[in-house]
Design a protein around this ligand. Structure first.
Ligand code: HEM
Length: 338
């Protein structure tokens, strides 16, 4: 218990030091009921459909990696329909429902970007994973950005490619490996793992045979499979256990344990779930701090899928420079004790 309190405290301090912009108490005076509104709405959503937790967590990731955590992904238009998102990201209606409850309690005060950040934390905690203090004060972008979706990592690339796409966002190799543990929950479509189950050599043959039953060489693109076959609806460290036995669903998952720089960390997370939780929570705080719009930049949208003013000012897109901390392990060097 003391360990958790200490880690939580250390994490909060680290987070405050890292940002200087966002703060956990941002809405304490203006919307004190915010966190309980989001928590109770997420609790209902997740208990009626467990996958919703996974979908919201991914929505947050896909928001943050495209021009920062500014709720641009929620806007109707190109970004939502770009290849990494189309027919694949979900949970828009859940965020819309939470937003209307928040608006009823605190009119025109809380950004969609902050609601998404809080909902992602609740999703993880509700499915059995760690909790962390969410930093708040982000504002919403006025425009979506379709071309910047190319910053999202593809499931077909190798470790060095994955590492550089996280590095590009100021996230270390350790952050990347911990954040990928999000694939302990949720579902992927056949089109995302077909190449792996028919062509990869580093896959457990029984696992591949099982998946081929529902993911044929042609057709069935949308047929689903759990990212973690063992406990698809629970946030735990089974994802890493799967990697040790060649049961990573995506090619990119298995790249984390394939004779490369992250093998040791993956094995460590199998032995030490607490360390995984600690690293995951810290990395979520860091990811949530990618280029936030703060102060008078952007806006507080009233409807998360529509820009309130209906006009776009390019100057508002001048994003704050990201904080590049001096992580010992930015390039995969090991800086943890298992
Ligand atoms: C390391 C690079 C990553 C790649 C290449 C990747 C790729 C993917 C792909 C291809 C899917 C399945 C999409 C589909 O078939 O429709 C998926 C699902 C998912 N991803 Fe990732 N992802 C990565 C990192 C992350 C991170 C950092 C998070 C969150 C912190 C995350 C959370 C999720 C979740 C929860 C799902 C399941 C969503 C659902 O069931 O609706 N992923 N990811």
């Amino acid at each position: 218990m003391a360990f958790f309190t200490r880690s939580f405290l250390a994490l909060s301090l680290l987070a405050c030091a890292a940002t200087g912009q966002l703060s956990a108490s941002f809405y304490d005076d203006t919307c004190p009921s915010l966190q309980s509104i989001v928590r109770s709405a997420m609790s209902q959503a997740v208990s009626s459909k467990r996958r919703t937790g996974a979908s919201i967590l991914r929505l947050f990731f896909h928001d943050c990696f495209v021009n920062g955590c500014d709720a641009s992904i929620l806007l109707v238009g190109g970004e939502r329909n770009a290849p990494p998102n189309k027919d694949s990201v979900r949970g828009f209606e859940v965020i819309a429902a939470i937003k209307s409850q928040v608006e009823a309690a605190c009119r025109a005060t809380v950004s969609c970007a902050d609601i998404l950040a809080l909902a992602a934390q609740d999703a993880v905690a509700l499915l059995g994973g760690p909790s962390w203090q969410v930093l708040l004060g982000r504002r919403d972008a006025r425009t979506a950005n379709e071309t910047a979706t190319r910053d999202l990592p593809s499931p077909f690339v190798d470790l060095s490619n994955l590492t550089s796409s996280f590095d590009h966002k100021g996230l270390s190799a350790q952050d990347m490996t911990a954040l990928s543990g999000a694939h302990t929950i949720g579902i992927a479509r056949c089109t995302s793992f077909r190449d792996r189950i028919y062509h990869d050599a580093n896959i457990d043959p029984d696992f591949a045979a099982l998946l081929r039953q529902s993911c044929p060489p042609k057709g069935g693109d949308d047929n689903p499979a759990p990212l973690d076959l063992q406990t698809p609806d629970l946030f735990n460290n089974k994802y890493y256990e799967n990697l040790l036995s060649g049961r990573g669903l995506l090619h990119s998952d298995q790249e984390l344990f394939h004779g490369g720089s992250q093998d040791e960390l993956v094995s460590c997370y199998v032995r030490n779930e607490t360390l995984f939780y600690e690293h995951f929570a810290a990395a979520m705080v860091k990811m949530g701090n990618i280029s936030p719009l703060t102060g008078s930049s952007g806006e507080v949208r009233l409807n998360c899928s529509e820009d309130a003013a209906g006009w776009h000012s390019p100057t508002l897109l001048s994003l704050l420079s990201r904080a590049h901390e001096d992580d010992g392990d930015r390039h995969g060097r090991i800086s943890f004790q298992c």
